[in-house]
Design a protein around this ligand. Sequence first.
Ligand code: BDR
Ligand code: CA
Length: 312
Amino acid sequence: MTTKRKIIIDTDPGQDDAVAILLALASPELDVLGITVVAGNVPLPLTALNTRKIVELAGRPDIPIYAGCAEPMDRPLVTAEHVHGRTGLDGPTLPDPQIELQAEHAVDYLIDTLRETSGVTLCPLGPLTNIATALRRAPEIAENIREIVLMGGGYFEGGNITPAAEFNIYVDPTAADIVFQSGIPITVLPLDVTHQALVIPSRVEAFRALPNRAGPAVAELTDFFERYDKEKYGSEGAPLHDPTVIAYLLDPTLFESRHINVTVETQSDLTLGATVADWWRVSDRPRNATWVRNINADGFFKLLTERIATLP
Ligand code: BDR
Ligand code: CA
């Protein structure tokens, strides 16, 4: 029997975060030790509430959820209600959750867990504030982190919150810089990949047709989430960002990538939060990240739909 991969999901739901959490909880290869919540798409009280709703939708009240940082490390929070709606999870009507938040702060949970447990993969789906704060307070935890597989950044696709920056990195570039300079193995699922993972009508209808509770909920989540990006990009479907992180863990053969240097801009007003990805290896800066460039979108949606089908 192969051992399950131990992961901690750090998240700011967000409809696409919600689908990523569902995919992880539907995947027997993964041992989700806990979920840590951060402010991002909407303020922390809402991202925490949304995480509780999603874990309950998955029928997994055993998964501990920890609320973390309410503000980026050294700047005010920027949110994205224009994309995700006022609640951050507009779309389906989900019941008030019974599951409670854990009392411990997410940063304390990360430090305590990573001091005791080796070989843990971190899966950040939002701004990197919780992860960077833990690394700054307890640098020794890096030893027990197997890999950080994150959604963030963009190079060939440019940015989505500014012309130069992707949202997760832009919200807390200081935190992103700490993570990218940490020496921990990092894999990045940037906009370059997620803009190939489009929820076109046939894919959303496949979710809606599932005979369980989770399938139609995913269809309603993606229906709402799509409206902003479809208009912005003039495409038939909108990108489904965060589930690519979990899919990468489940089947890396769906992706193409290159190990390169990635540096985060932390100073310039014009390009704050840009991820300068040395794809062509023209600098002699050290390679610090695996930058994922392409995805087999049909294979990704097939995997996602099959797994969502196994949920309640
Ligand atoms: C990222 O920002 C958020 O809006 C999404 O949840 C995703 O994590 C995409 O730029
Ligand atoms: Ca997110």
